[in-house]
Design a protein around this ligand. Sequence first.
Ligand code: ADP
Length: 583
Amino acid sequence: MRKLICLLLSLMMLFGVSAMAETAAEDLFTPGTYTGEAQGIFSPITVQITVSANKILGVSINAKGETESLGGLAAEKMSEAILKAQTPNVDGLSGATVSSDAIREAAKSALLQAGADLDKLDANRKDTGAAGEKQEKEIETDVVVIGAGGAGMTAAIMLNQAGADFVIIEKMPYAGGNTTKATGGMNAAETHYQKEQGIEDSTALFAADTMKGGHALNDPELVAVMANQSADAIDWLDTIGAELPKISFSGGASVNRIHAPEDGSGVGAFLVERFSAKLDELGVGIMYDTTATELLTDDEGRICGVKAEGEEYLYTFRCKAVILATGGFGANEAMYTQYRPDLKGTVTTNAPGATGDGIVMAQALGADLVDIEQIQLHPTVEQTTSILITESVRGDGAILVNQSGVRFTNELLTRDAVSAAELEQEGQYAWIIFDQNLRDHLKAVEKYVKSGITVQADTVEGLAELLGIDPEVLAKTVNDWNGYVKDQRDPDFGRTTGMNADLTTAPYYAIKIAPGIHHTMGGVKIDTAAQVINTEGKPIPGLYAAGEVCGGVHGGNRLGGNAVADIVIFGRIAAQSVLDYIK
Ligand code: ADP
């Protein structure tokens, strides 16, 4: 991944023209250096702009508090863009909307201090009409991996280690896709970590749990492969420095099976960072800002190329095989409402690149689709920011209450069940309630507090008042719950997990949440060798797919921990199949 470490960006791109030397009939600015500030997602962002009488000479953006978002990358891109356009009204970075808006706002404030007329700057913008036609470029390679999320990066590492000739392209200016957002861990059975920790498990039980969780809609052969190869995948992750030794319980699993990083960080961000480091070490460069638009086949229907659009070039890759690792379509409202009109207007937790391109490109070659209407809602999404409140918050003891201040479900049922229960409440939302003790033990909560989505009070009654809930009712709900934790029995909804700690440590916290689109379970049909299957039941020669772009593994409901298993296991299988094919 392009490093986001450039958080203190001092991109003073001073042109070789001094303020003194410039002359203009009508001045745009009072020469000097000005600083504007606006609130980002986690911190204030400052933009320092140096101007001559009629030119923006330098832009320096400090987004150092935005470490956990893409704010750093937004700062880098937007400082260049403002210089080029000579106006603060430039495009932001998709996936970093709040940081991008803050950068624009801070830049405007700085320029207003310099006496600028912002409308005039827009009218005179300098970045239009200059781009010209993109040039065509042909590249010969054996394999094109499309998409640098978890599945694509796994495949790329495998291909490199086998000495294959390949390129990996990514349409965003950064890697990671939805994978970055995975918080829990990776399900795997019969692993050496489980054995070392005395956990008895079996691949058969893993497969059975996955089928049950998926309402038996899953393809049992794909599920069996995932379960059988899961321990090997954990071993492989060890070899590339991506160890997942911490094992815990996750909804729908019969035993402790979800494997996570030692330091408690989110599994997705951890893996993307480790995969990126490995690719760097191997000398594999990802072609960013390069969007695959079409798959090419020869007269016999075999894959022979990919068309893609980059910032400067229109590429034609001539290749023998393609691995589609383009992820799902949870960020494409037109596409998910095509299959599920009832989801119109639902917010999404998905990365902006999850637009279903791979599915559409494969369909154009006759690929079959499976379970395409199976879309998973995550029950705890803050609606104004789309921040997903990780399941661990409920797993560590939080409860859900409605606007009347009462619980309405076992909070740790499967995601589809909890989401459905929320949608039955007045206003179709709920409040997730937790305490300081939970905050102290769960790293993720800091992010929520910093981003301003939590409501906080020193007493439960005080919290209720801030939420517009009857204080007596909420106090009774929390008191009752604390009693259930003590007795380890929930007579109201039969909850049996996430009951290790009560809610008695002030201050108390609440976040307003509702369901959001989280994972698209359906996608292109693959066989157990990750070959894409067409509507006649035959493989499309040279076309392989792995990860969220595929359907079949998760059926009607994906268990937490199975997305990462899917990515790593089928990413590896796709690479191995391609290696066999191109031989
Ligand atoms: P998975 O979990 O299956 O690996 P991710 O969502 O993590 O899926 O990653 C998919 C990646 O593919 C994302 O980074 C996304 O931006 C990228 N992608 C999607 N469509 C295209 C495309 N047409 N060309 C290149 N990259 C794409």
